[in-house]
Design a protein around this ligand. Structure first.
Ligand code: G6P
Length: 538
């Protein structure tokens, strides 16, 4: 029996019993922002939120996240709660508000200038700043407070996401030992030599060992984590069970490769994707030429300059390809407050211009660099119309762009050129696997993607689609919930019924309240906008 939304719903019901599901992730699944004076919402770029939103829609519960949109506060109730998805709410988003200094120290500082480069093999030196670390600790405490409020008065399973919250699990357990706490680390875990340069390695590990279950994408990352613990802490490592017993807490460490919801492709493509594809071709003067696409946040782990250099190399080695294809790179702006990210944007922009200058003509530009945020409706059309998709990360925990691309190809065509250094490479073995540091190998990979026979494309795509169909996001969440659900205490049968009822009623009530609050706020905002326009005589 395959995994789908219904099966996950069932697992959540049986495994969670009366316990409430609370997900904690820095990034919120929906961001409210002002556009032309109106409140709108967007979905952020990045695999984590794309993967977890369908899980929350299936299981219900509360998602605790940083409220980062300029209209986020407007649409929430006084406790920072709002029902989502905004157009058809079925779970609760609880927003945590951070000051600029907190964002600086916790998000831009410790999370993205220390832990992000520390965990990826990308030769970018991490920054170790004691002030940032102090703020990171405080913000973890702030999130712990929000989780404890959401979990008040009953059993709960807290599912923590990623490197923004290494300290949170231990804090939660200290306050509420009865909570079941699991964490998924979405990025790689480095070898002990690398990790142990971090001045706060011990505190980091102790924080993570507050979890009942700690999950990574691959067995290799689990092994590296256990080796790091082994060299750092006084504790017992049980290599038979893949568990650590530290200070009375037993933490199971297991691999669960994350995935996507294959059904979303149909939804986002709709029945007029070809019309939208034609509009894209017209707008960027693509004619009928084959298109190779790249879709990423502009991040130095993604190997965007490397793939542009490969396009350059390909055109140098095969001048007969001039005028024969386009490379479109969607580069969603990301973490632009950090200099390394700003420099990268400039580098990509300059490289694209250089390649177009050297190889292009007035009527043909090989590279189209779109440095903007695009929603899945546009991105999925690009995947579907492309001859190939390139994912050339220098190092990546999984990479869900690779999997998303495959889900859109119900025509069984299209080639995936994929970096060997992504988690996805061990599942999508029918892609064209490349080393992104090797410009010749990358150029060869691109050439193969443009010349592969239809039969070969179909054979490879069929197998990759089957893999993503089987190992989808519902399976990922279902397996995790089943494992961690063993720790959720079984309530007495009569109590269970009452708990379940009250839990449902309570979360339904919150949803209802927040929805009403949202409508009131939007009405008020429309009224205020109208007043402002009237005052301005417009
Ligand atoms: C990676 C991280 C996620 C993060 C995403 C987008 O996938 O593992 O935690 O949400 O990048 O980055 P951002 O900083 O915009 O949330």
């Amino acid at each position: 029996m395959g995994w789908d939304k219904q099966r996950l719903e069932q697992v959540a019901r049986t495994r969670l019993g009366g316990a409430r599901l609370i997900v904690v992730a820095n990034r919120e699944p929906y961001i409210h922002c002002y556009r032309n004076g109106e409140v709108e919402w967007i979905r952020p770029a990045g695999g984590l939120t794309t993967a977890l939103d369908p899980v929350m829609q299936a299981c219900g519960g509360v998602w605790v996240a940083h409220g980062s949109g300029d209209a986020d506060l407007e649409v929430c109730d006084t406790n920072g709660r709002v029902g989502v998805p905004p157009d058809d709410p079925n779970y609760v988003l609880r927003r945590v508000w951070l000051t600029r200094d907190e964002e600086e120290g916790y998000y831009y500082g410790t999370a993205n200038s220390m832990l992000w480069p520390l965990c990826h093999q990308v030769f970018c030196r991490p920054t170790f700043d004691p002030t940032h670390w102090e703020v990171y600790r405080k913000v973890n405490e702030q999130f712990a407070q929000a989780v404890l409020e959401e979990a008040a008065g009953g059993p709960a399973l807290v599912f923590v996401q990623d490197y923004h919250f290494a300290l949170l699990p231990r804090m939660l357990k200290a306050a509420r030992p009865d909570l079941v706490v699991a964490q998924f680390w979405h990025i790689p875990w480095p070898n002990p030599e690398k990790l142990l340069v971090c001045p706060w390695a011990k505190e980091l590990l102790e924080g993570m060992l507050g979890n009942d279950l700690l999950a990574f994408h691959t067995q290799y990352h689990c092994n590296m984590f256990l080796d790091t613990v082994d060299r750092t802490l006084e504790c017992r490592i049980d290599r038979e069970r893949f568990a650590v017993v530290c200070g009375g807490q037993d933490t199971t460490v297991r691999p669960y490769p994350i995935s996507v919801d294959p059904e979303l492709a149909k939804e986002y493509l709709g029945d007029n994707w070809e019309v939208r594809a034609a509009a894209i071709r017209k707008k960027h003067r693509l004619g009928k030429r084959p298109v190779i696409v790249g879709v990423d946040r502009v991040d130095y782990t993604k190997g965007i300059p490397e793939r542009l250099r490969a396009v350059d190399r390909l055109l140098q080695k095969h001048p007969e390809l001039k005028g024969q294809f386009h490379f479109i790179q969607i580069g969603a702006p990301s973490r632009t407050h950090i200099p390394a990210y700003r420099d990268l944007t400039d580098e990509v922009q300059e490289l694209a211009e250089k390649i177009n200058w050297e190889h292009g003509t007035d009527s043909w530009q090989p590279v189209v660099f779109l440095n903007e945020h695009y929603g899945p409706e546009d991105i999925f059309v690009l995947y579907r119309m492309a001859a190939a998709c390139v994912v050339s990360s220098l190092h990546d925990g999984m990479n869900l762009v690779a999997k998303e691309f495959v889900t859109t190809r119900d025509d069984e065509r299209g080639v995936l050129v994929l970096s060997k250094f992504t988690g996805a490479a061990s599942e999508l073995v029918d892609s064209v696997l490349v080393n992104p540091f090797d410009v010749d190998e990358m150029a060869e990979g691109l050439l193969l993607s443009l010349t592969m026979s239809v039969g070969e494309q179909e054979r490879r795509m069929r197998r990759m689609r089957a893999q993503v169909e089987d190992c989808n996001i519902y399976r990922w969440a279902g397996m995790l919930l089943s494992e961690v659900g063993k720790r959720v205490p079984e309530p007495e049968p009569p109590v269970e019924v009452t708990n379940q009822e009250s839990a449902t009623t309570q979360s339904d009530l919150i949803l209802e309240e927040t929805q009403q609050g949202l409508e009131r706020l939007i009405a008020r905002e429309n009224y205020l906008t109208a007043m402002r326009l009237a005052a301005a005589g417009m």
